[in-house]
Design a protein around this ligand. Structure first.
Ligand SMILES: Cc1cc2nc3c(=O)[nH]c(=O)nc-3n(C[C@H](O)[C@H](O)[C@H](O)COP(=O)(O)OP(=O)(O)OC[C@H]3O[C@@H](n4cnc5c(N)ncnc54)[C@H](O)[C@@H]3O)c2cc1C
Length: 265
């Protein structure tokens, strides 16, 4: 039988008041170490008002760290489990099992394109922590790591400071946050994540274009499909965005096996 753990909420941070999104840090006190791979999810279990057992999946929003893990959860209107999690107070406990899932970085590590919307940023934070750890050396192997994150408003760009800091410190970490309902004051990207991903890929491909065969010959044109050959894409969020991103990448010549995805609905 799979073990059921008791997770204790150790720290709770409001990431966005408008989106009612929380960063929740848990400890499993019974374990010295809780092993998982960045990107995996846990299944949380609790009885509802009728006493019926409910189970919901939540991506781990951190890299392995002793017996700790983090979640990024937003309230869903009238939703049972999201509100239960968001209403927890520090010190409260909840049952969970896992880790589960195959939404993990593929080995050997390749250049990677990560596309997320909303709380789909959770596993991406885990990937980033695993590849660019705060207290030990860079594990990215020099591979380029592109993160394209879409949300509605500027106030819902979860973990913005963390990702901007990584982008400032590591030349191979690239971060674009794009808004679908930008306020006039927003000077950053706007529109669909998949379009920004395609634009980044074209730029990346240009940098990887085959050199000209002779000094007089023109450089080969950028070929996003050729650049994509040695990449993986990791896409996480609601189904509509995941499907649109997969279709966009396939249209650019990506093979379906290069596109790893996690759907939240
Ligand atoms: C592998 C996996 C990982 C996930 N990771 C996360 C995560 O890291 N953070 C996170 O916040 N959520 C995550 N989810 C979604 C989560 O499991 C729940 O579906 C979500 O919290 C809603 O559950 P609920 O019990 O509150 O709503 P329910 O009581 O199940 O549903 C209430 C209503 O909300 C709708 N609904 C259900 N899910 C969603 C949703 N995700 N968004 C909008 N409306 C919805 C339902 O159709 C229903 O009408 C993940 C889902 C999967 C499958």
């Amino acid at each position: 039988m799979r073990p059921l753990y008791t997770a204790r909420l150790d720290r709770k941070l409001l990431l966005s008041a408008s989106a009612q999104c929380y960063h929740l840090e848990f400890c499993i006190d019974a374990l010295a170490r809780f092993d998982f791979e960045a990107g995996q999810f846990l299944s949380f279990v609790a009885p509802d008002a009728q006493g019926k057992e409910q189970t919901r999946a939540y991506s781990i929003a951190s890299a392995p760290d002793a017996n700790r893990f983090a979640l990024c959860v937003n309230r869903v209107e009238n939703g049972f489990f999201s509100n239960l999690l968001c209403d927890l107070a520090e010190g409260d406990t909840l049952a969970c099992h896992g880790p589960h899932g195959t939404f993990v970085l593929r080995e050997p590590l390749t250049h990677s394109l990560c596309i997320a919307t909303g709380t789909g940023i959770a596993p991406m934070r885990g990937f980033a922590q695993a590849l660019f750890p705060a207290t030990s050396e860079d594990r990215s192997g020099g591979k380029d790591f592109f993160l394209v994150y879409g949300t509605r408003y500027a106030g819902d760009v979860y973990y913005q400071d963390y990702f901007e800091d990584l982008a400032a410190r590591y030349p191979n970490f690239h971060y674009v946050a794009t808004l679908s309902r930008a306020e006039a004051s927003w000077t950053g990207a706007q529109g669909y994540v998949q379009e920004h991903a395609a634009r980044l890929l074209a730029t990346f491909a240009a940098g990887h274009a085959a050199p000209p065969t002779s000094p007089d010959a023109p450089a080969a044109p950028p070929d996003p499909a050729a650049a994509a050959f040695e990449m993986h894409a990791y896409v996480c969020g609601l189904n509509q965005m995941v499907s649109a991103s997969r279709e966009r990448l396939k249209a650019l010549g990506w093979h379906r096996k290069q596109i790893i995805f996690e759907r939240y609905d």
